[in-house]
Design a protein around this ligand. Structure first.
Ligand SMILES: [Zn+2]
Length: 261
């Protein structure tokens, strides 16, 4: 199998990304809003009982971790790794006095290991009330970078230089944001900023990443076409070769599986 990535859900209604090797399967975030939908998603993608070693949570917003997912993960005794401050927020916001409480395991900003996956948290600027992380994940010599829910490209730029696969937010189109104004969109990366981030990263590298997937697109304020076009046009304008596979994660369905060679 090698290293594989699949976006299972990617929108403000729920985020859940699967990273796995032959030995280890983890989810990055699990913002699935009913217990039934969460169990069905696990059945479909992880088998029954789910072959899932851990969930790693970026931050405590409900589209990334929520009551229903915490109930299911608690019942199935699956460890949930999140920053120490985020553990407290999850407990305050989502968890009650349950028979099977979720196994919340705090991480610091240091790299930690889950099976044969090495997980390095990267703090990113998002909602000032919610500490938020992107992640660099390594398996052997392969490296993937996953970052959504941030508004400054510089926060992740240095990590993209030698990544084999990149999953990055392209949240909104600026014109659609003007038409459907939402102040919390400002906590997210716009299409032009995503395009700039990817273009600058490609300029600094000698070889392209194997693939890039855009995710966490706003339903009202973005389309697949607008996000892709913003990236393509930026590369063209800067005369940088777009010589890698560029895809968009479906909001409410699973994406293709990306196998990192
Ligand atoms: Zn968020």
């Amino acid at each position: 199998m090698g290293l594989q990535f699949q976006s299972l859900r990617s929108s403000s209604s729920g985020n859940c990304l699967l990273v796995r090797t032959d030995q280890t399967a983890i989810l990055l975030d699990c913002g699935i809003t009913t217990q039934r939908a969460c169990r069905r998603l696990f059945d479909q993608h992880l088998g029954s009982p789910p072959r899932l070693h851990a969930v790693v949570v970026s931050h405590a917003h409900g589209d990334h971790i929520c009551y229903s997912a915490l109930r299911v993960l608690g019942d199935q005794n699956i460890p949930i790794h999140c920053h120490g401050e985020v553990v407290q927020q999850i407990q305050d916001k989502h968890v009650g006095d349950w028979d099977c409480p979720p196994r919340l395991r705090p991480f610091s900003c240091d790299t930690f290991q889950i099976g044969d996956l090495e997980v390095q948290p990267i703090e990113v600027p998002h909602d000032p009330d919610f500490l938020t992380f992107g992640f660099v994940i390594r398996a052997g010599r392969k490296k993937i970078v996953v970052a959504t829910d941030f508004h400054q490209p510089q926060a992740v730029a240095e990590h993209l230089a030698d990544a084999d696969f990149i999953f990055v937010e392209a949240n909104h189109d600026l014109e659609l944001l003007r038409l459907h104004w939402n102040p919390s969109s400002l906590f997210h990366l716009s299409n032009p900023k995503t395009a700039e981030l990817l273009c600058q990263a490609r300029k600094r590298r000698c070889r392209p990443p194997q693939a890039v997937m855009l995710g966490h697109l706003s339903r009202q304020r973005n389309t697949d076409e607008l996000a892709m076009t913003a990236v393509r046009e930026r590369f063209e304008a800067e005369e940088v070769a777009l010589d890698f596979r560029l895809a968009v994660a479906p909001r409410y369905a699973a994406s293709e599986v990306i196998s990192i060679q």
